[in-house]
Design a protein around this ligand. Structure first.
Ligand code: XIL
Length: 299
């Protein structure tokens, strides 16, 4: 293939990008989006603060705009994210206990129902584990509602959108030797053994000098896949965009049958949440970088 999406599709995979609704009016942006990618993830528009800014008042305009742009062009959509400690609206930040648990489950149900049939995979729960060597859950208002909040969210999402793939998504879970990776692995193994409806694990893969790519990434992907879940590279960006590291990530995904695809977290460096790291495949002018050529060659 001559584009990322078409080449990935030839291998039964997708190649996606995060998309911001307010950039869909930028023709330089949409030209690259429509040419290169066959999957999109709304960068912020499906998060809790965007979709339920006031409790019980749901707001889907910006997310619907992205879903419509994508689906009308044959691109699939990853939903991101139904339950997360971050980017909560003020009303949720100040909640706790059973009221918060109920509000979280209602949020999952309402949003998954609104997008039912339009989203191929949901990041049901995002970033629920702590960094460092503890292997513990991250402390948050959601975690304090009880350790079963994650499985409760998955069961609610499954009831609302039974055909979507339901994913757990996190960062710094790419290095197989790290405690956080092992902790997520143990949770997924437990969920599979008890019939909690989990279908996939997303590896954000924000690589930088502090959290570098490690060649055991392929072992991580294949080990999770062996538990009976799909795996996806969900938010890839790499500080400095070294071509060889981008190539390695794509090769690692392709080496694992259950790795469905790769999503980069933005199109041009200037679109990145870490723009100063110039971590993406296109420069600020929309030109292909060396990393683009390496990825295309690897696909
Ligand atoms: C980031 C967005 O890119 C920014 O625009 C926003 O200000 C903060 O969130 N992990 C995730 C993503 O799961 O939702 C985050 O996206 C990046 C880290």
């Amino acid at each position: 293939g001559t584009t990322l999406g078409a080449s990935a599709a030839e291998k039964g995979r997708y190649f996606g990008t995060a998309v911001a609704a307010n950039k869909l009016s930028d023709s330089a942006y949409t030209t690259i989006l429509n040419r290169e990618f066959n999957s999109v993830t709304p960068e912020n528009e499906m998060k809790i603060d965007a979709t339920e800014p006031q409790q019980g008042r749901f707001s889907y305009g910006a997310a619907d705009q992205i879903v419509s742009h994508a689906r009308s062009r044959g691109m699939s959509v990853r939903g991101h994210t139904l339950a997360w400690h971050s980017q909560q609206p003020g009303w949720m930040q100040s909640m706790s206990g059973s009221a918060l648990r109920q509000a979280m489950l209602n949020h999952v149900t309402q949003v998954a129902t609104h997008f039912r049939g339009q989203v191929v995979a949901w990041d049901v729960v995002n970033e629920a584990f702590a960094d460092g060597s503890s292997g513990a859950r991250r402390d948050s208002n959601l975690q304090r509602t009880g350790n079963d909040w994650i499985e409760a969210a998955f069961r609610a999402a499954d009831a609302a959108d039974p055909n979507a793939k339901l994913c757990y998504n996190d960062y710094n879970t790419d290095n197989w030797t790290h405690a956080k990776t092992q902790a997520v692995y143990n949770m997924v193994r437990d969920f599979k053994s008890r019939g909690v409806p989990i279908d996939c694990v997303g590896f954000q893969s924000h690589f930088n000098n502090d959290s570098p790519y490690n060649s055991n990434y392929r072992t991580t992907l294949s080990s999770f896949a062996a538990l009976g879940v799909d795996v996806q590279v969900t938010e890839l960006d790499i500080q400095g965009a070294p071509a060889n590291t981008y190539r390695a990530v794509v090769e690692d995904c392709l080496a694992v049958a259950r790795c469905n695809g790769v999503t980069v977290w933005g199109i041009r460096d200037s679109d990145s949440w870490r723009a100063s790291q110039t971590p993406l495949l296109f420069n600020n002018s929309g030109q292909k970088k060396a990393a683009y050529d390496a990825v295309l060659a690897a696909l």
